[in-house]
Design a protein around this ligand. Structure first.
Ligand code: SF4
Length: 109
């Protein structure tokens, strides 16, 4: 790859929004074996719920009754949610990397 090719690739990377990048990200889901879990009781008692605000993929939401809903299948494995959960939240999130061969695959760098 020439320096001009690399420069063009980097410029395109900077132009893309987070949503654009997530749209071209591949996930190999380990069905029935989630690599992250939440404890409903600890989450219900979590006053600040910082996980709702830091996940770039918006994998944490609230349902109509205000209960936390977590979607592990689209996790980009950045570690932001578990970090804020264990520093600012109520430590209700358990997180590990997916098994080998599963999880996110960043195809565009
Ligand atoms: S920050 Fe942790 S304890 Fe609080 S709602 Fe989110 S996952 Fe649950």
């Amino acid at each position: 790859m020439s320096p001009t090719d690399i420069k063009g690739h980097l410029e395109e990377h900077r132009r893309q929004s987070v949503e654009d990048k997530l749209g071209i990200t591949e996930f190999r889901v380990d069905a029935g074996n989630p690599h992250m879990k939440v404890n409903p009781d600890l989450c219900a008692a979590c006053a600040t719920k910082p996980c709702l605000y830091v996940c770039p993929a918006n994998n944490f939401t609230l349902d109509a009754e205000g209960r936390l809903v977590m979607s592990w299948e689209g996790c980009i494995e950045c570690g932001a949610a578990v970090t804020v959960c264990h520093t600012l939240g109520n430590k209700g999130l358990t997180w590990t990397y997916p098994r080998g061969g599963y999880g996110v695959r960043h195809t565009q760098g």
